[in-house]
Design a protein around this ligand. Structure first.
Ligand code: BES
Ligand code: MN
Ligand code: ZN
Length: 480
């Protein structure tokens, strides 16, 4: 998609204007042709145009060959980024059905708090261009941005470039998530990561195989891939453009298929466990965005990739393994495998002396039960880091909700047969999972995002959401 600045002489097949139900009169007259403005005024007085959230009205003027799409956003001072994106998305979907080549977006009237409305719009437009089967042959090629004259061309072009990099990273995470699990296995993810090297000379990828992981004593991670014919991979994506600066480390759960292992999952919807690598997918997407926008910050991505299968040589409930940290783990449920791969990846990440470690994981069904599918679960051992993540989440609309890590939860992991066990009691499963991970990052500033509810949509709209790439890209851009 081509993005250009809208000016007086610009011509687009469709012009998108945003209207508020409590500010109908503030409609940007200069963005409408005179004849249409009269039509719109009449429609407003007849209550045909209401500005209500979810409403859309189309006006055409044959004489001027101009078409207007009035998109309602509800009340102006209540506009949230979610609401804006939702309404823009519905409008774009409708437009995609019209077989048109160009649109203009009047962003002068957008008042989202915090986040850059240009960025948000471009990412939303790029998202509608995504189709896993590539059957979405959208005819849209050009988008004209009508923005305040206070924004210089240089600033606008810079914002456009950054937004496209983020959107590409987000769509990359979606492709990886949507790719079927017979193709997207640990080796595939490692190859996909390797491809990032060609984007930027500051990006280097290392892949550790099972033999190398055994040498590092990653007994926990290896216990997960043990039952699968697909070998585990630990992928390290280093983006280090700055000398002598401690990196931010992003660790992703990369279970390319989670059957549950010997603690086998029930059959319904098991296909969705192809999305159990979404944490790793979001890390690849974020690293790609960093490389594409030439970010001036050091970021390292680590992917803990394995397939969780039952077999004659799979890990049994009751097995005790020794993690890279030396902590021994009694595996009481082989379906709690995410924490088993992550704990070794977290221990490994310490060698980079990270400023912050963030891990992203589709870790627990309990998180989905507790929080629903709108926010990711947030856990951290550091208040400053928590604030920073919440700030990126609020800004980007890639929401999080913090859950507690009281010492009581840690007590639930005690066992007579090892240092810790890999499951807690019946309740608070998202938290006991996070507490398990916290045992491996006691000296680091660490946060964990449980994206079990947010990484993909189910039902008719089944597909990866690319979350939390927007949050992560904002985090690495903000915390330089
Ligand atoms: N990948 C799953 C978590 C999951 C389940 C995410 C459903 C999204 C939807 C994870 O590996 C898992 O199986 N967790 C178990 C943990 C339990 C055994 C303590 C769960 O949530 O049931
Ligand atoms: Mn599992
Ligand atoms: Zn899993």
């Amino acid at each position: 998609m081509k993005y250009l600045r809208f000016n007086k002489n610009s011509k687009a097949d469709y012009n998108l204007l945003f209207v508020y139900e409590d500010k109908l009169s503030s409609l940007n007259k200069s963005a409408l042709s005179d004849a249409v403005f009269e039509d719109v005024k009449l429609a407003i007085s007849n209550k045909l145009v209401t500005g209500a959230s979810g409403s859309m009205n189309i006006f055409s003027s044959k004489m001027y060959e101009k078409n207007y799409f009035l998109v309602g956003l509800g009340q102006k001072n209540k506009l949230t980024i979610q609401n804006y994106e939702k309404n823009l998305n519905s409008a774009l979907k409708k437009i995609n059905g019209y077989n048109i080549k160009s649109i203009s977006l009047d962003l002068n009237n957008i008042a989202i708090r915090n986040y850059d409305h240009i960025k948000s719009s471009i990412i939303e437009i790029e998202k509608t261009q995504y189709s896993y089967k590539k059957t979405n042959t959208s005819s849209l090629k050009e988008c004209l941005l009508n923005v305040s004259s206070k924004i210089s061309n240089k600033q606008l072009n810079n914002t456009i470039d950054i937004s496209i990099a983020i959107a590409n990273g987000l769509n990359k995470a979606r492709i990886l998530g949507d790719t079927p699990p017979n193709i997207c296995n640990p080796t595939f993810l490692a190859k996909e990561a390797k491809k990032l090297e060609k984007l930027n000379k500051n990006l280097k990828v290392e892949v550790l195989d099972e033999k190398q992981m055994r040498t590092l004593k990653m007994g926990s991670l290896l216990s997960v891939s043990q039952g699968s014919t697909q070998p585990a991979k630990l992928v390290i994506i280093k983006y280090m453009p700055i000398k002598n600066k401690q990196p931010i480390v992003l660790v992703g759960k990369g279970i390319t298929f989670d059957t549950g292992g010997i603690s086998l999952k029930p059959s319904p919807n098991m296909d969705e466990m192809k999305y159990d690598m979404s944490g790793a997918g979001s890390v690849i997407g974020t690293m790609q965005a960093c490389a594409e926008m030439n970010l001036k910050n050091n970021v390292i991505g680590i992917l803990a990739c394995a397939e969780n299968m039952p077999s004659g040589v799979a890990t049994r409930p009751g097995d005790v393994v020794t993690s890279m940290s030396g902590i021994t783990i009694e595996i009481l449920n082989t379906d709690a495998e995410g924490r088993l791969v992550l704990c070794d990846a977290l221990t490994f990440s310490k060698k980079y002396k990270p400023r912050y470690i963030l891990d992203m994981a589709t870790l627990t069904g309990a998180c989905l039960v507790g929080l629903g599918k709108y926010p990711s679960g947030l856990f951290s051992n550091n208040d400053v880091l928590t604030k920073k993540i919440k700030s990126s989440a609020d800004k980007t609309g890639d929401r999080v909700w913090e859950l507690p890590l009281y010492s009581d939860y840690f007590d639930e992991l005690k066992t007579n047969f090892a240092d810790i066990q890999n499951i807690g009691g019946r309740y608070g499963g998202a938290i006991t999972a996070a507490a398990f991970l916290a045992n491996f990052t006691t000296e680091e500033k660490w946060a964990h995002l449980d994206i079990a509810g947010t990484a993909w949509d189910s039902g008719n709209d089944k597909g990866s959401t690319g979350r939390p790439v927007k949050l992560l890209t904002d985090f690495v851009m903000t915390n330089k």
